[in-house]
Design a protein. Structure first.
Length: 265
């Protein structure tokens, strides 16, 4: 029998404290490669903290003999190498990107190879990187924007630039924190369609949200997070119900399933 590939992400009773308060408490979670996962929960439940933990911006409480987090089977990573394996899209990065007034779209994307949000002044880029930049821009349908400066872009276009930057390394997975925040209806639909295409191409998605309509049909696992703890995890259909989500969000909700996913009101 062929050896089993290591899980993309493994959390084992991970606890994270911030300002002397436990933000995540004894969280256990496994995401296999190719297992598109949505982490769903109300504001303040610890979703963004979980993403920062996975991207090693925060670290879990460590005890002797206990390994609370493994990524692709490893507990110790060089951060530069790790962040080439896990592409990140978050509101914090979007805000930083919006402040880069002098950068063009292609400079922003190639900056990923330098560990920056743009092309550092005086730094030379390996010529082999530019075809990868063009491929990432084409995947997000923004190749025609390559020479445009960031301040001239809409919010939706800027979000796609951020995703292209995350894709340029050909990572094992994309970590997406509230990816449609601030987008209008058309831009949201376009972005979710792009995410579906990425999922279908084999890119593993880990999506953090509180919007049920962002649970794309390719989702294989849903994690319900409340008060820093996993309330339930498993296949979408048994968890995305009126009863489960009313309890999760603390208000009466009606969940409907349709051809392209779920919605609630």
């Amino acid at each position: 029998m062929a050896p089993t590939s290591p899980a993309l992400l493994e959390l084992d009773r991970a606890t994270v404290w911030r300002d002397r308060v436990p933000v995540l408490r004894q969280v256990s979670l496994r995401v296999d490669q190719g297992q598109h996962t949505v982490i769903l929960g109300p504001n303040g439940c610890g979703k963004s903290t979980l993403l920062k933990l996975l991207h090693r911006e925060l670290y879990p409480l460590a005890e002797p003999g206990h390994t609370p987090l493994r990524i692709l089977g490893q507990s110790n990573w060089n951060l530069t190498e790790l962040r080439a394996q896990l592409g990140l899209v978050s509101a914090d990065l979007h805000a930083q990107l919006a402040a880069q007034t002098a950068q063009t779209v292609e400079q922003t994307v190639v900056g990923a190879f330098h560990g920056s949000l743009g092309l550092p002044q005086g730094r030379q880029t390996d010529p082999a990187c530019w075809p990868m930049v063009r491929t990432a821009l084409a995947e997000m349908d923004i190749a025609d924007l390559a020479r445009r400066r960031l301040p001239t872009l809409s919010t939706g276009q800027l979000r796609r630039v951020l995703i292209a930057r995350a894709l340029v390394h050909r990572p094992q997975a994309l970590l997406l924190d509230e990816p449609t925040t601030g987008l209008d209806i058309g831009a949201r639909r376009q972005l979710l369609a792009r995410l579906r295409s990425l999922a279908q191409s084999g890119m593993t998605l880990v999506l953090i949200t509180h919007h049920l309509d962002e649970v794309i049909p390719e989702t294989r696992q849903v994690v319900l997070l409340r008060d820093g703890q996993v309330q339930a995890a498993g296949a979408p259909a048994p968890l995305l119900t009126s009863a489960q989500l009313s309890a999760l969000f603390g208000v009466p909700l009606r969940v409907q399933r349709h051809e392209h996913g779920w919605s609630m009101d």
